[in-house]
Design a protein around this ligand. Sequence first.
Ligand SMILES: NC(=O)c1ccc[n+]([C@@H]2O[C@H](COP(=O)([O-])OP(=O)(O)OC[C@H]3O[C@@H](n4cnc5c(N)ncnc54)[C@H](O)[C@@H]3O)[C@@H](O)[C@H]2O)c1
Length: 368
Amino acid sequence: MSKIKVAIVGCGNISGIYFKNLTKRFNNLVEIAACVDIIKEKAEAAGKEYGIPKVLSFEEVLNDCEIKLIVNLTIPASHAEVSLAALEAGKHVYLEKPLAISREDGRRMVDLAREKNVLLGCAPETFMGAGIQTCRKLIDDGVIGKPIAASAYMMCHGHESWHPAPEFYYKIGGGPMFDMGPYYLTALITLLGSVRRVSGSVKKSFEQRTITSESKKGTIIDVEVPTHLSALLDFADGTTANLTTSFDVWHHNMPNIEIYGTEGSLKVPDPNTFAGPVMLKLKGETQWREIPLTHEYSENSRGVGVADMAAAISGNRKHRAHGDLAYHVLDIMHAVHESSDSGKHILLQSSCERPTMMPMGVQDGELD
Ligand SMILES: NC(=O)c1ccc[n+]([C@@H]2O[C@H](COP(=O)([O-])OP(=O)(O)OC[C@H]3O[C@@H](n4cnc5c(N)ncnc54)[C@H](O)[C@@H]3O)[C@@H](O)[C@H]2O)c1
């Protein structure tokens, strides 16, 4: 299989793991040919650290016909602009979550990719990891019977204590639903399929946040978005789920995700990781028991979605972290806010195919 030449756009906090995994673990499928950042020194530093041959401007990347795939790791406010320009130039695009801030931009990205006959992929790809794939197999094999309901919780006190530039988490396009919801929603869709109807209740508990991480310590952020959101999700197959995402909670004892079936219950691991543990307790059993992971990729494998897209381009098959899935997630997140504002259930206009299961028995770096 020939390697796909890739450019990384946005060399910030999350880019390190992409550089590392794409240059070391997935270098059979991709080659990082260039990197870009609006702050050129950041791209130069990354280029030097990871041995990337070229540090270019975005314009230069768009005009470089050897580069086929753009990996957009910019902040959410730049996701659509950078991705649309790359799609317009005929490049395949994989980007960090969320797909876009507005539904309109997300839709344009999906439509433009189709029109240009290129692939659009979007994080999170943690659902491709060993933990959630093991859960997927258990559900598809009927081990917990027919799914009845699910509970999902992502609650913490925000990112201003550790992220060096946390402002975007509290601006339009941020908040716990747009930031962390994609992990939970993508995992739930992988496990249970598309969502049909959404209702929500949202609030903002603190008007301002103070940065306590080092470089911007003491800086005040004005909070623009709701920071505690509860959603009820009705899946197309009849399963119901409750999902809470919060940046307002100091401590809690709620699970990441649990799925309740007619024959028993499943504890799904943190969907912001690739690992386990996967815990199962069937009807009549008295203890939860840990299920051995059935799939590859249990360590931090960010970049596996890019590699899967490269394999899909070369192998002429579908990729897993696909644009329709990311658009459905975006649609759900907007519907939670809209339902809270309007006091009504929202019937979704979008749906998507469940991504295909990851292969079993492959080596690290291999995909199928
Ligand atoms: N930090 C994390 O732990 C984490 C984890 C998972 C996903 N993400 C997602 O990754 C994305 C980036 O997050 P981050 O934490 O790395 O942010 P960051 O601010 O640390 O890095 C973003 C980088 O993109 C650059 N950039 C912004 N606009 C640009 C443009 N138009 N062209 C070129 N470069 C541009 C910035 O200069 C910066 O270096 C976000 O969508 C975030 O949701 C972050």
